[in-house]
Design a binder for this molecule. Structure first.
Ligand code: S6P
Ligand code: ZN
Length: 197
């Protein structure tokens, strides 16, 4: 039997999609290698491995023709002078886009592609970001006391390639300097291997 259309509530205050979602949580240890301050990172992991972010996914088949959507909640905090953030990924199917809509908080979506281009778009409530195909993306919470909550939608067959970012990092780091944020070069970044034409 074909499934019929459905509606669902998005609870912004509690950052949840009641009844429909599957919740995934990531602790700091999942971001090993991504922060510059490795001693600070190790200390925080030893001291309890804090919860960095949660994803509430609306359950749908991961197949083309479907849309996957849900809430991403990045908690506030820093490792050294770098903000709490998601692991970040490329979609396995590179030619798939994504839309984020910010519901709460203040943050950035850091993006880069394999041709060397990078950019960052600010998240504030009511602002959307369109991630064009072929761009890796990472959410960064710039607030030190409030969750960053975004609603995302992307194609069901996109898949996730985490390995490229795990080994190369992002070109830019987002750091807290003089009461505000700054984007600085990541000295540990290495260019992804170029596929010859
Ligand atoms: C999926 C989409 C988001 C992220 C979420 C967590 O394509 O971009 O749902 O999965 O923001 O980030 P990450 O990098 O751990 O998947
Ligand atoms: Zn994505």
């Amino acid at each position: 039997m074909k499934e019929r259309p459905f509606g669902f509530e998005i609870d912004i205050a509690d950052a949840a999609i009641p009844a429909r979602d599957r919740c995934m949580q990531r602790r700091l240890s999942a971001l090993r290698g991504q922060y510059q301050d490795t001693a600070g990172f190790d200390h925080m992991v030893e001291q309890g491995d804090p919860l960095i972010y949660e994803v509430h996914e609306v359950l749908r088949p991961e197949s083309s023709g479907e849309l996957l959507s849900g809430l991403s909640i990045v908690h506030p905090g820093r490792v050294g002078d770098e903000y709490f953030m998601t692991k970040g990924h490329y979609h396995s199917v590179r030619g798939t886009a994504e839309i984020y809509y910010c519901l709460k908080g203040h943050g950035l979506l850091l993006m880069e592609n394999e041709d060397g281009d990078w950019t960052a778009e600010e998240f504030r409530p009511g602002r959307a970001v369109y991630v064009t195909p072929n761009y890796a993306h990472r959410s960064v919470n710039l607030s030190l006391n409030e969750d960053l909550v975004t609603f995302f939608v992307y194609p069901g067959h996109a898949g996730h390639d985490y390995a490229t970012i795990e080994s190369n990092g992002f070109r830019k780091r987002v750091v807290h300097r003089d009461g505000t944020f700054e984007l600085i070069d990541n000295p540990a970044w290495s260019a992804p291997a170029q596929v010859s034409a």
